[in-house]
Ligand binder design. Structure first.
Ligand code: ARG
Length: 458
């Protein structure tokens, strides 16, 4: 493609280090789409003849059919998907193929193709996340009144409902979707026509190509347009934060599925057995979601490091932008689907959860609150009295609501038998009816809002 200036061809090492075709062939659909938009514009602007433009468009359609049927050929000498396609076009239609590259460069071409690819990746992530949200909301509604221990420091803190716990993840995913949508809106500008770095002298119609490719507008600075990878970084940072959420959800399932907890039976379809220990059912899918989060965050770091300190405009370092984005997108899609399956297909062992909530003195705060409310005791003192009650229950090996009234009154004489209404886990949960609290009616309220947002009632 640049033989005119060179006396010798590249060495084997140069060919190998230079080649991006092994990975950027994933951009072939976007490359064909962008080239067709470009050549249609060149014809409309009388920069190439209608005849040549038709021949080019037909040739590109034929190449797309070949790639679809046989895959993209990987010839290192052709470096990348752009040159691979152009060289095949020349084989198919002859010298007119050379007119396609008028008024563009691979620099704006790759920036355009990659944006189109990332835009699709965002749409795919969003579809998967919406499905995960629907699964969360469905299970949350089923378990709006199922009692479980709520933890801080992974120590039993207060009783909550399983529905409330699952809806916490609905909220995280809601923010992830909002970040993806922000990223999509920010990248909605078309670099095509920025050419190598400075724009072009041909009378091109940048708004026309932007429009044809579904972008809101053309980019406003050609130097920025060919050297900007913020759109890929926006995708990766958002994917990282999303993966972080998925790994937290995965971790819950790993803990809940362990024998000492026994809160959940994972679907067989998302578990593995052991070749040596017949009793085992391992949460491998959840562990891999937890692991993949590390790799996705690594991809984000990789591209940040590639881009830092690069002067304007394009540098070849930027060819390394694609592998981390492709890798992260593949891992994210899998992780979202695995977590959707796990949420939808798990059996929650609600009797075990309730038992655990009853065992851990989870209603101690309710006793303290009752002392404040009913006996007008300052909270700090109430806290101290409650601590003594927990100590006594622990020594006797019983739950708080199994302490007799005599024993409770020995600890503080202001306690009377109405206290038992506050000490059950059900009463505790029902009392937390502040907006966004764990009371079943609150959970069902949030579920109803979520169902509306997700269009689940239509
Ligand atoms: N293979 C290159 C990439 O993926 C295409 C752009 C090449 N541009 C250049 N000036 N060498 O980044």
């Amino acid at each position: 493609m640049w033989g005119g200036r060179f006396a010798e061809g590249p060495s084997a090492i140069m060919r190998e280090i230079n080649a991006s075709i092994p990975f950027d062939k994933a951009l072939w659909r976007q490359d064909i789409t962008a080239s067709k938009a470009h050549v249609a514009m060149l014809a409309a602007q009388d920069i190439v003849t209608r005849e040549d433009a038709d021949a080019i468009a037909d040739g590109l359609d034929r190449i797309a059919a070949e790639y679809e049927a046989d895959g993209v050929p990987e010839d290192w000498d052709l470096e990348d998907i752009h040159m691979t396609t152009e060289s095949r076009l020349a084989e198919l239609i002859g010298p007119a193929a050379g007119r396609l590259h008028t008024a563009r460069s691979r620099n704006d071409q790759v920036a355009t193709d990659f944006r189109l690819w990332v835009r699709d990746a965002i749409d795919e992530a969003d579809r998967g996340l919406a499905a995960l949200q629907r699964a969360l909301v469905t299970r949350a509604s089923e378990h709006a009144a199922s009692i479980m221990p709520g933890f801080t420091h992974l120590q039993t803190a207060q009783p909550i409902t399983l529905g409330h716990h699952l809806m916490a993840y609905y909220e995280m995913i809601r923010r992830d979707r909002s970040r993806f949508s922000d990223a999509r809106a920010r990248m909605d500008e078309c670099p095509l026509g920025s050419a190598a770095l400075a724009g072009t002298g041909f009378p091109i119609d940048r708004s026309g190509t932007a429009d044809a490719l579904g972008f809101a507008r053309p980019t406003a600075n050609s130097l920025d347009a060919v050297s900007d990878r913020d759109f890929a970084l926006d995708y990766l940072t958002t994917a990282s934060q999303c993966a972080l959420h998925l790994s937290r959800l995965a971790e819950e399932f790993i803990i809940w599925a362990s024998q000492p907890f026994g809160f959940v039976r994972l679907p067989d379809t998302l578990s593995t057995g052991s070749s040596i220990m017949p009793q085992k059912k391992n949460p491998d899918a959840a562990e891999l979601v937890r692991g993949h989060a590390g790799r996705i965050i690594g991809c984000n770091t990789a591209l940040m490091m590639t881009m830092k300190g690069l002067p304007l405009a394009y540098s070849k370092d930027m060819q390394d932008d694609k592998p981390p984005v492709f890798e992260a997108a593949g891992l994210l899609t899998l992780s979202i689907a695995a977590m959707e399956g796990m949420v939808a297909g798990s059996t929650f062992r609600t009797e075990r959860m309730r038992e655990a909530a009853e065992l851990g003195y989870a209603t101690a705060t309710d006793l303290a609150d009752w002392l404040v409310r009913e006996a007008d005791i300052p909270f700090r003192e109430a806290h101290h009295i409650t601590g003594a009650a927990v100590k006594r229950a622990e020594a006797d090996g019983v739950a708080l609501d199994q302490l007799s009234l005599n024993v409770l009154q020995e600890i503080d004489s202001r306690i009377d038998d109405r206290v038992y209404d506050a000490l059950s886990v059900d009463a505790s949960v029902a009392s937390r009816a502040s907006y966004g609290g764990t009371a079943p009616e609150q959970v069902q309220g949030r579920v109803a809002e979520a169902r509306r947002v997700l269009g689940m009632d239509e």
